[in-house]
Design a protein around this ligand. Structure first.
Ligand SMILES: *Cc1c(COP(=O)(O)O)cnc(C)c1O
Length: 357
């Protein structure tokens, strides 16, 4: 699994900041590990990556990413096991999705093996930053941005690939209230919803702000054409349980981001004999199920939160209260099992984790 053929320079200068960290109070995404990895693309090729001290970037004001948003990112996690080994969860899947995002945004791909080795090496260098506390992880953020110093719209000739990491605690502390959005759209068919690209998230801020003002934590996005079918929950995929069947919007259209957590949950549930349906999920069907007391569970799924239980769903003028979170046995079992596999407490029968000894 270890790819010795890739050369990565290490070039660290600053003293460690690890003693300044308050490990009991880790707000998500605000504490950064000692190092970052930087790899430049120029003259038509990716150059040798380097691991450097975490530091600010200096940029020309016309750097094209700042104006035209040609950029993509990924998000994955590493955990420390009880005996001090580090497990990175499915980095090969992030590598694959990164390539797909690259294609959609006209950016040069990074081969999967190189992507994974860059992630592995950076985590190894900052292994002391991987928390070994229940509910905590090292969040890993790879991204590529267009760095041409040029005003004008075309695919950039130069790029920077950067990875930094953050020790993090829990993402959401309590179950979320979501509103079914029937006007604004996260992603249109033929658009960039399937790519993890910055503009998708910038575009979601305003509708999310309006929902916040109405007392909701986030939106349940519906399809851009008819607003009759549910697609995602905030920046997570979404699942429902009706009649003990796990139901989730299928990814046939290019408007839904293909989540790695979602894929893992489906594989896990199926291995337990739970029935899973990947298909169109209509708003009407969910509302009917709530009215008939048949909606057992609804939750968002993604790397940051793993499983984010939904407490209330707002639809037009009504707010529906879902069953109490404590009784949601299936999603609790899924969350526990997934967390256990990530922390090495349960056998990794699917071979999902990349281990650093
Ligand atoms: C990242 C992301 C997800 C979740 O993907 P994971 O691979 O499970 O983290 C879902 N929806 C959107 C819009 C995302 O950006």
């Amino acid at each position: 699994m270890i790819q010795e053929q890739f050369e990565i320079n290490t070039n660290t200068t600053l003293p460690s900041r690890i003693n300044q960290v308050d490990w009991d109070d880790l707000p998500f995404g605000k504490v950064f590990s000692d190092h970052m990895l930087v790899m430049e693309y120029k003259n038509g090729a990716w150059q040798t990556p380097a691991i450097e001290s975490f530091a600010n970037l200096s940029m020309h004001p016309a750097t094209s990413v700042l104006h035209y948003g040609q950029t993509i990112f990924e998000g994955l996690k590493a955990n420390k096991t009880e005996n001090g080994e580090i497990l990175i969860f499915r980095p090969d899947m992030n590598a694959e999705r990164f390539k797909e995002s690259c294609d959609r945004m006209c950016m040069p791909q990074i081969p999967n093996e190189l992507f994974v080795e860059c992630v592995r090496k950076l985590v190894e260098v900052d292994r002391d930053w991987v928390p070994n506390k229940e509910g905590y992880s090292l969040y890993i953020r790879p991204y590529i941005m267009a760095t041409d110093e040029y005003v004008g719209i075309k695919p950039s000739d130069n790029y920077k690939f950067i990875i930094f990491t953050c020790p993090v605690g829990a993402y959401y502390s309590k179950p979320v209230n979501v509103k079914i959005e029937e006007f604004y759209t996260r992603a249109a068919e033929g658009g960039v919803g399937r790519a993890k690209t910055a503009g998708n998230y910038a575009a979601s801020l305003y509708p999310a702000k309006l929902a916040n003002e109405q007392g909701f934590d986030q939106l349940l996005w519906t399809d851009g054409k008819t607003h009759q079918y549910i697609e995602e929950s905030g920046t997570m995929n979404v699942m429902f349980i009706i009649d003990d069947i796990l139901i989730t919007p299928s990814e046939e259209s290019d408007t839904i981001l293909r989540g790695i957590t979602k894929k893992s949950v489906i594989d896990l549930a199926r291995s337990w004999g739970i029935k899973v349906e990947e298909r169109k999920v209509s708003v009407q069907e969910i509302i009917d199920a709530i009215r008939d007391n048949k909606l057992q569970d609804a939750f968002g799924i993604g790397t940051a939160a793993t499983i984010a239980p939904i407490a209330k769903i707002g639809f037009r003028d009504e707010i529906f209260e879902l069953p109490p979170v404590e009784g949601r046995n299936i999603s609790l079992r899924i969350k526990n099992s997934l967390d256990n596999i990530k922390q090495g407490k349960e056998p990794d029968t699917f071979g999902w984790c990349l281990k650093i000894k």
